[in-house]
Design a protein around this ligand. Structure first.
Ligand SMILES: Cc1ncc(C[n+]2csc(CCOP(=O)(O)OP(=O)(O)O)c2C)c(N)n1
Ligand SMILES: [Mg+2]
Length: 383
């Protein structure tokens, strides 16, 4: 089966700003509408960080040092271009692959990597799967693996912001597969009716595990689904970082101005497996992967930045060295820290944990004292 529609941009046009090679903007685009140089470089650096971080995390997983990874390789333009539209007071609800947005918004690499190890410095105290970060300081909400659940949460927060008279908006990411979830329908319907200040960002990466995007829906496109909910919708080239920035920025500004929700679909391609537990060669053709490798969003943006003298090869190399070093140091620190204490299991839900939970902790501590901690077992998370 094929996850991509190789040559069909005519069937539903994708919004573009960059030419395919990235050296120029498409004809007729007014460059006055581009974000400032600093924003472009911030987004480029975020894309590079995600690429380098995913690469390192996957290697750690293969060495048995991190339990699970779901990479964003190939999706960096969609993820970081869209995230640039949101401000510090806004809220971000991610799916599996947008953890880099937390870093773009200010989460430190140390905190991110501590989360990947689930150690005692992990703000979720090791209770989440790796690759499901949270960062309270930057309004980045932890994702539940239950597909689509983040969308109604995002609408709820957006409505709360509206009720308080605040100008904050919510950004809700979802995959192509996630558009088939009941959460997608509930959230878009409710947001449309209540005019909640939320932007739904569909990252159509070609596949939902082994189900190709082309077999996920009978709609003309994912952007077209918006009309059923009474909101604007659009399909964008998700490997064109400038198009992602401009389109999502317009949607965020609509929400901020009180004009309600929008749906923006960023069409891109998942270069890696679904997760570290997946072998994509079992269900997709190498030719398809090669087709998209030629459209690498980072290289495309680099060509634009270089041509405009915004970035040179020396800056790029310095950044790669610096970011790689920061990731390596975060890994060293994370591995030197132990797991969360057993007592923390019952923290954070009640101000005072109820008696039956306290009793269970006492019992668990007694068993550990008598028999030692449980031994690690061989096991794999299935997805
Ligand atoms: C409610 C629910 N159903 C099924 C699953 C199993 N599952 C995990 S990821 C996934 C596919 C998600 O695909 P997509 O939304 O396209 O996101 P992507 O992984 O491509 O980023 C599925 C079906 C789940 N986690 N939750
Ligand atoms: Mg997908």
């Amino acid at each position: 089966m094929s996850g991509i529609r190789l040559g069909d941009p005519g069937t539903f046009p994708l919004r573009k700003v960059l030419s395919e090679e990235g050296t120029d903007c498409v004809e007729g685009f007014d460059e006055a509408g581009l974000p400032p140089r600093d924003t472009l470089l911030t987004v480029y650096r975020a894309m590079l960080t995600t690429r380098l971080l995913d690469d390192r995390m996957l290697k750690l997983q293969r060495q048995g040092r991190v339990a699970f990874v779901g990479t964003a390789t190939g999706l960096e333009a969609a993820i970081h271009g869209s995230a640039a539209a949101f401000q510090a007071q806004d809220w971000v609800f991610s799916a599996l692959r947008e953890g880099g947005v937390a870093i773009q918004r200010g989460m430190t690499l140390d905190a991110y990597v501590a989360h990947m190890f689930g150690n005692e410095q992990d703000s979720a105290k090791g209770r989440q799967m790796p690759n499901h970060p949270q960062c309270k300081e930057v309004n980045f909400v932890s994702w539940s693996s239950v597909i689509g659940t983040q969308l109604p949460h995002a609408v709820g927060v957006a409505l709360a912001m509206k009720a308080r008279g605040e100008s904050a908006v919510a950004c809700a990411y979802i995959g192509d597969g996630g558009t088939s979830s009941s959460g997608f329908h509930s959230a878009l319907n409710f947001a449309g009716v209540t005019k909640a200040p939320v932007v739904f960002v569909v990252v159509d990466n070609g596949w939902a595990i082994s189900v190709p995007s082309s077999a996920q829906t009978a709609s003309r496109s994912y952007g077209a689904k918006a009309s059923a909910y009474g909101m604007p919708g659009e399909d964008v080239d998700g490997n064109d970082v400038l198009a992602c920035m401009v389109a999502v920025d317009e949607a965020a500004e609509r929400a901020r101005a009180g004009d309600g929700p929008s749906l923006v679909c960023l069409r891109t391609y998942r270069m890696g497996g679904h997760s570290s537990s997946d072998d994509p060669s079992r269900y997709r053709d190498e030719e398809e992967v090669r087709h998209w490798a030629d459209r690498d969003p980072i290289l495309r943006f680099e060509r634009f930045l270089t041509r405009r003298d915004i970035l040179d090869e020396k800056d790029r190399e310095e950044w790669v060295t610096e970011i790689t070093g920061t990731i390596a140091s975060a890994v060293d620190k994370a591995e030197a820290v132990g797991p969360p204490a057993l007592e923390t299991l019952v923290e954070d839900v009640w101000a005072n944990p109820p008696r039956h939970l306290r009793k269970q902790v006492v019992e668990a501590l007694r068993v550990v004292a008598e028999q030692g901690a449980a031994e690690e077992v061989e096991g794999r998370f299935p997805l």
